[in-house]
Design a protein around this ligand. Structure first.
Ligand SMILES: [Ca+2]
Length: 208
């Protein structure tokens, strides 16, 4: 009997010890697990770092047709507040009829910085029968959805200087114009120079 009791006690002690060890291990494990609970968040961050970021709302590049000389020759030009509808380069009265306007030349380039090339055109203005001294004007047409929209003008010659534009170009938003004056039947003297303009809002401004 004593032997058996002793055995029972040993078994009981072993069971209790095992229970205590198990409990301690459980607690230890539980305590060890607790501090690394934030792991899922870390994993989430890692996952999101590897996942391509959602596409930002970038505007689709607008495909706008380039302006053409044909469009400019058939656009609306303003002389003062009067709108003149060009038809194949002629608006209003013809050279003998006047008042009217006649297309001379156009170059294309971006003058308002929106990335689309605009049109800078030269026009003669007729005021009737005086064909010797025709005012010359620079007109800007902005490219709005592929359509030329008249925006501003600049008088180059009121008709007295016989200004001849020898070259016109657009560079870095500036309109660069080379010219000569004089050399008409009244004045054989000749001058030449360069004029620079830029569009500011709806006005053409001289640039030094
Ligand atoms: Ca433009």
């Amino acid at each position: 009997m004593n032997k058996n009791k002793g055995f029972v006690w040993i078994v009981a002690i072993v069971v209790i010890a095992a229970g205590l060890l198990g409990g301690a291990y459980y607690l230890g494990t539980k305590n060890k697990v607790a501090p690394i609970e934030p792991q899922p968040a870390t994993q989430d961050r890692q996952v999101s770092a590897n996942t391509p970021a959602p596409a930002e709302a970038k505007p689709e590049p607008v495909k706008v047709a380039a302006l053409t000389e044909e469009q400019i020759k058939n656009a609306v030009v303003y002389s003062g507040t009067q709108a003149l509808q060009l038809k194949n380069g002629i608006g209003g009265g013809g050279i003998e009829e006047g008042p009217g306007v006649e297309f001379s030349k156009v170059v294309f380039g971006d003058v308002n910085g929106d990335g689309m090339d605009d049109a800078v055109a030269l026009f003669f203005f007729y005021n009737g029968h005086d064909v010797d001294g025709n005012p010359k004007e620079l007109d800007i047409f902005l490219n709005k959805n592929g359509k030329p929209v008249w925006t501003a003008n600049q008088l180059l010659d009121n008709g007295n200087d016989n200004l001849q534009v020898t070259d016109i170009s657009i560079s870095a938003g500036q309109i660069i114009l080379s010219y000569t004056t004089g050399d008409n039947r009244y004045d054989r003297s000749r001058t030449s120079g360069t004029l620079k303009y830029s569009l500011q809002g709806s006005k053409i401004i001289g640039v030094k």
